[in-house]
Design a protein around this ligand. Structure first.
Ligand SMILES: NC(=O)c1ccc[n+]([C@@H]2O[C@H](COP(=O)([O-])OP(=O)(O)OC[C@H]3O[C@@H](n4cnc5c(N)ncnc54)[C@H](O)[C@@H]3O)[C@@H](O)[C@H]2O)c1
Length: 340
């Protein structure tokens, strides 16, 4: 299939682009390039693809002609980044996505895989499934909910949105993000040998490896449209709900001479668990191949090979909010995050 992959130069997109190519798809990327360089490490067999360097808010109908499917990742990507500028988050994440999806439908593209997030469930003591009410607590999560509603509204016989509510992603990518919990704790363990937690570590988080997310996309592209038309699907595995203190313990076991300390007086209220049974019924053959222990080894190998320094671990290159602030402070992007 010919696929337009937005956000191809991001953490997940860099890995997903390669997986799509390996599966025999024809891939064109679209990305504004906020975090394109540098890479944390090289991929020797990396295959380059055509990338339209463009903001999704400026997409035109011409950009979308000839594609069988859109896989849409390009948004501002997490809660802290969204809270930093809720209005721009709304403009990019909601209005930009709305425009892209409307043009995709007008152009006759039949499948539109959208990357939503389990953060739409917000904090809850219950285990959320796709039918649970949403409770978005941040500008980022609110935009995800608005987009889901919009996509479901424009779905019809000729346009099938498939909405992936991804768990928090972890695992290796050349454009690594250290602002994601597993990658962050692994980076801390390697560069400081100490995981000092701000909280008591009891909150639950659903997690999924980046390659398992790619697997879900590949299966969804191959699955007949009518089977997944307009479906919301949690992406992950029910056994991959972890307490933060357990993630820290797994990392401690993998990274030599690492210690863990908790702050028992501080309780983090962001606490939620998710049920991932549906994905196994609607995406034939899907099952997660990774867990945190396996990925901790993968990350340790990479950090050892490149001898990850504390400076790189802390640098703006691998923490999205720091990079966006840098681009703003140096006037490379304007107040609406368009390149100057
Ligand atoms: N990483 C996770 O844990 C996770 C979990 C759930 C959902 N998601 C979703 O998956 C998607 C990708 O996440 P990621 O971790 O790879 O994030 P990322 O920040 O690494 O990648 C996002 C990419 O989108 C591009 N982009 C941002 N705004 C753009 C715009 N206006 N126009 C064109 N390109 C733009 C960026 O340049 C970047 O390359 C996001 O939509 C995110 O919300 C991620």
């Amino acid at each position: 299939m010919k696929i337009l992959l937005t956000g191809i130069d991001g953490y997940i997109g860099t890995v997903l682009g390669q997986e799509l190519l390996k599966a025999g798809h024809d891939v064109v990327g679209l990305d504004t390039g906020f975090y394109s360089d540098p890479w944390l490490y090289d991929l020797p067999d990396f295959k380059k693809t055509q990338v339209l360097k463009k903001d999704i808010r400026k997409t035109t109908k011409e950009d979308l002609i000839g594609f069988d499917a859109v896989v849409h990742l390009a948004e501002l990507c997490n809660d802290p980044l969204g809270q930093n500028d809720p209005e721009v988050t709304y403009q990019i994440n909601h209005l930009g996505t709305k425009k892209l999806a409307s043009l995709a439908k007008e152009t006759g593209i039949k499948k539109f895989i959208y990357f939503s997030s389990c953060s739409v469930y917000g904090a809850s003591d219950n285990i959320a499934d796709e039918k649970s009410p949403t409770n978005p607590l941040t500008a980022y999560a609110k935009s995800k909910v608005l987009n889901e509603l919009f996509l479901q509204d424009i779905a019809d016989d000729n346009f099938s949105p498939i909405i992936f509510r991804n768990a928090t992603v972890y695992g290796a990518s050349p454009r690594l993000r250290f602002d994601l919990v597993v990658n962050n704790l692994a980076g801390l363990a390697f560069t400081t040998k100490e995981i000092k937690m701000d909280s008591d570590g009891t909150p639950w988080r659903p997690l999924v490896h980046v390659l398992d997310v790619c697997q879900a996309v590949l299966i969804a592209l191959d699955t007949p449209r009518k089977k997944i038309h307009n479906q919301i699907i949690n992406v992950g595995d029910t056994s991959s709900n972890y307490q933060i203190k357990d993630i820290a313990e797994i990392i401690k076991k993998t990274f030599p001479d690492c210690s863990v300390s908790l702050n028992k007086d501080s309780v983090d209220k962001r606490n939620y668990r998710v049920n991932f049974n549906k994905i196994r019924t609607v995406l034939p053959g899907f099952s997660c191949k990774y867990d945190v222990a396996k990925s901790a080894k993968e990350l340790l190998d990479i950090f050892t090979k490149i001898n990850l320094s504390f400076e790189d671990f802390q640098s703006r290159n691998f923490t999205r909010l720091k990079q966006i602030r840098f681009l703003r402070d140096t006037n490379q992007i304007d107040s609406k995050f368009f390149w100057r």
